[in-house]
Design a protein around this ligand. Structure first.
Ligand SMILES: [Zn+2]
Ligand SMILES: [Zn+2]
Length: 253
């Protein structure tokens, strides 16, 4: 039995949990240890199952809890070499390992496929995780759905997929011009519409569950997201993640 959830998702902190009966991995540790433990307890997860964490890129909202969590849980944190060196020292776990985009590796029963993504970081990666013949994607902080993303997404049964902003809210909202440019660029984030298109065109027939992730607090709302993705009702189990609370702990059989 596989269980997954978003312990936190958004521009103030990201952490995704993927576990089975005997082990678990975290993708990103963008929340501090105290909050991580609160969320883990809320979800009813056993923290001792967590064997490692993997960091997608150096932005604070993906790595600010890495050092302490690694120390407290006694787990290694995986970074690419470039990402590790780009991180602030306080975000560098002392117990660290390196991986490379395009080279898969194993953590216990979990096979991790890291791949490069388009985002304004030094060496950003997304992940497909294969476990018990299921494929789980963690795909956020992406400016463009490039070939690599499409290929990996189209293999997923369950996916944490970015739906960052609503075009109109970004255009008319309070962000300064340079930030609007950044978010909307091909190295920024995916809009609701970009994500809808990706799902429409490239979802696997075996795709089941979509956790819409990294939903912006300033440029999107849960109401808009629900409306934009309403067309998938009945076809996929669509869940919304939040920065303020743990998502549902979802079981994949
Ligand atoms: Zn982020
Ligand atoms: Zn980022």
């Amino acid at each position: 039995m596989i269980e997954v959830c978003a312990l936190a998702s958004g521009s103030n902190g990201n952490c995704y949990y993927i576990g089975n009966d005997t082990g678990a991995v975290l993708i990103d540790i963008g929340i501090y240890y105290k909050k991580l433990i609160e969320r883990i307890n809320e979800a009813g997860i056993d923290k001792n199952k967590i064997k490692a964490a993997i960091i997608s890129h150096e932005h604070t909202d993906h790595v600010q809890g890495a050092r302490t969590t690694s120390h407290k849980l006694g787990i290694p944190v995986y970074y690419t070499k470039k990402t590790y060196h780009k991180c602030y020292d306080k975000n560098k776990a002392l117990n660290y390992k390196f991986f490379e985009a395009g080279t898969s590796f194993n953590i216990e029963d979990f096979k991790i496929y890291p791949f490069s993504k388009q985002h304004d970081a030094i060496d950003p990666c997304s992940f497909r995780i294969e476990i018990e013949n299921k494929n789980i994607g963690v795909m956020t902080d992406i400016g463009t759905a490039d070939e690599e993303l499409i290929k990996e997404f189209s293999l997923c049964n369950t996916v944490f997929l970015e739906a960052n902003y609503d075009d109109e809210m970004l255009k008319t909202g309070m962000y300064p011009y340079h930030l609007k440019q950044r978010v909307g660029s091909s190295d920024g984030h995916m809009s609701n519409i970009q994500t809808v298109n990706l799902i429409e065109k490239h979802a696997s027939p075996d795709l089941n569950t979509i956790f819409l992730s990294h939903i912006s607090a300033a440029n999107n709302t849960h109401e808009i997201v629900k409306k934009e993705f309403a067309g998938f009702k009945g076809k996929y189990d669509i869940k919304l993640t939040s920065r303020n609370a743990v998502s549902e702990l979802h079981t994949i059989i």
